[in-house]
Design a protein around this ligand. Structure first.
Ligand SMILES: [Ca+2]
Length: 490
């Protein structure tokens, strides 16, 4: 079995760690939301979308402005950030890869590491991609709420009685395995946006926040060190939310998406830019009006999630747990909102790579500041391993962020990396992004963007002779991989 690494990390960060409080007995609260464009949050600079709860949380936490996921859909990104390993190591490269059939022998996931350390572990909603893919890992949880239970799990029943999810009752899918009927239902479901037809109290995402508040109340009494993961299904498609959130945004006041098709040169995904998308507008591109309506609906979903996060964070505070709980707020990967004529995910571009990622460690010197250094989701496990003294066992492929929680301005990684299930890869530095396509899904073998002049990645410079040396350099960095981009002295 491979062994770690934590001793090395602990020595290497000792200077910064000296400024950090003793975190070894702290609890961990992870709020993970689905398919979130990082730029929609007020604290990330969005002037329209209203997110007062997370803005307030960020004002007392470290907001990572240059945070990147390692894969662009649920299963590979979650498997990566829950193991501290990159997708090429986990072997989980797409939503179709069953985690327990691909993970190398002996690899632990974060909840298992925390359980081994003696924490009480609880999960509300989705953490791993599906219960079938991670039954062994889910079985280690002390509590599972609002999610399917793995075989053999024998934990306590629901902490509060909730009515069955209205959505499932009012709009049931046809039986799975019926082929076309199910596919068509799924498409229509996913393509919807606007009023969900439900009151906030009927929405499963709000109910998850209620359950979280109840569990936090219990944790305040039992005083056991805990790990609690709470999911939010929005702003994943369908982009539906209670009417009061939809009414917050007037589509007429939503600006046109950037990077329109007319601005693209040497674009890698021309077929997709003119045809259907995954998850929404699946058959054809939206009209300009539909695009504005969908963005407004996305903002409504984000404001809804923000309110739910506020319920959880308020409960943490009112139970007196905020001073002893590490809080991580993240979106599992990004989302296109009409830029490049793209909707949803499944591209190697910035809108899917960049993620919302805010961390509050009580007493950390950098709380209240933004960190602009490159960080990756694969850094989460090394960070918690250092903060809590976990035996991660896995040969971790990220870098503990503890030094940045003490000093967010110190020099850090020079690049971030992402892969997809087809062998396509991207490396992004401060000035350039470089994409290599192996799958045949793209129309070009490579793309190079000068982010200093072209932050929306519209003009592919890969074949420009003047950029030959840059392309060679970026291709070399992509080949050398993450170890060639580590922070100084790591
Ligand atoms: Ca997702």
């Amino acid at each position: 079995m491979r062994h770690i690494i934590i001793p090395f990390a602990a020595i290497a960060v000792s200077a910064a760690a000296a400024d950090m409080p003793d975190t070894s007995k702290m609890n961990v609260l992870l709020i993970d939301i689905e398919d979130c464009n990082a730029a929609v949050w007020g604290c990330y600079g969005n002037p329209i979308c209203k997110t007062p709860n997370i803005d307030r949380f960020a004002s007392g936490a470290v907001r990572f402005d240059s945070a990147y996921c390692q894969a662009y859909c649920c299963n590979p990104t979650r498997t990566s950030f829950l193991t501290g390993l990159r997708p090429l190591t986990t072997g989980v490269l797409s939503n179709g890869h069953v985690m327990n059939q691909h993970l190398p022998t002996g690899v632990l996931t974060l909840p298992e590491m925390l359980k081994n350390k003696g924490l009480y572990t609880a999960v509300i909603g989705k953490l791993f991609h599906t219960v079938d893919y991670a039954d062994r890992q889910l079985a280690t949880f002390d509590r599972i709420e609002m999610y399917n239970k793995p075989k053999g799990w024998n934990g306590p029943g629901p902490i509060i009685d909730l009515p069955p999810a209205e959505r499932a009752r009012t709009n049931p899918p046809p039986p799975k395995g019926k082929g076309k009927g199910y596919g068509e239902w799924k498409r229509r479901q996913s393509d919807r946006y606007g009023d969900s037809g439900l009151a906030r109290e009927q929405e499963p995402d709000y109910q998850k926040a209620q359950v979280a508040a109840a569990l936090l109340k219990e944790f305040a009494k039992t005083k056991k060190q805990f790990f609690l993961a709470v999911a939010q299904a929005r702003p994943h498609t369908p982009l539906i939310a209670p009417k009061k959130y939809i009414d917050m945004y007037d589509p007429a006041k939503i600006p046109e998406p950037p990077a329109p098709a007319s601005s693209l040169r040497g674009f890698p995904y021309t077929k997709r830019a003119t045809g259907g998308n995954p998850d929404i507008f699946t058959k054809q591109q939206p009209t300009a009006q539909q695009a504005r309506e969908a963005i407004a609906a996305y903002y409504a979903c984000v404001s809804f999630v923000d309110d739910n996060a506020g319920v959880i964070l308020d409960a943490l505070q009112s139970e007196g747990l905020d001073k002893n709980t590490i809080v991580i707020f993240l979106g599992d990967h990004g989302f296109h909102l009409g830029d490049h004529n793209f909707w949803s995910k499944y591209s190697m571009l910035e809108a899917t790579r960049r993620v919302v990622f805010i961390v509050r460690v009580p007493g950390a010197p950098a709380n209240g500041k933004a960190c602009r250094g490159f960080v990756e989701f694969v850094d989460i496990v090394p960070t918690l391993a250092e903060l809590l003294g976990l035996d991660a066992k896995n040969a971790l492929e990220g870098t503990s962020l503890v030094p940045l929680l003490a000093d967010p301005d110190r020099p850090w990684k020079k690049a971030v990396f992402m892969v997809d299930g087809n062998g396509d890869q991207v490396v992004r530095t401060k000035d350039f992004s470089y994409l290599e396509f192996k799958s045949g899904k793209a129309d070009v073998p490579a793309a190079l963007y000068d982010l200093r002049k072209d932050p929306w990645e519209t003009i592919n410079l890969a074949e420009e002779p003047a950029f030959g040396p840059v392309r060679d350099q970026m291709a070399g960095l992509l080949k050398a991989g993450w170890k060639a981009a580590l922070p100084p002295g790591r």
